[in-house]
Write a protein of this length. Structure first.
Length: 95
């Protein structure tokens, strides 16, 4: 089985668990603390499986556009009035 098939099978099992919990809730009522904990845990599992699917399927996410950076040095006039971080302007002394 492929990873996609395995994740889909896990999601089906979680769907079955949700239906079983709903039937149990009809018998016990929704005030049972343990049942609420199991329902919350099942919701966390569902979120985790969704995250797992998203992490292992990068082709479904759009890839960021690559920006080429030239190897040639930048024009020094671009930095003429720029402050050097922590040092201030080149022509002035630090206070």
């Amino acid at each position: 089985m492929s990873l996609q098939d395995e994740v889909t099978a896990v999601q089906r099992c979680l769907d079955d668990l949700g239906r079983a919990l709903s039937r149990l809730e009809q018998h016990l009522g929704n005030r049972d603390l343990e049942l609420r904990r199991v329902r919350t845990d099942a919701a966390h599992l569902r979120e985790s499986v969704t995250l797992l699917r998203d992490v292992h399927h990068p082709a479904e996410r759009p890839r960021p556009e690559l920006v080429p950076v030239p190897d040639a040095p930048y024009d020094a006039s671009l930095w003429k009035d720029a402050d050097e971080e922590g040092l201030g302007c080149r022509d002035r002394h630090a206070p």
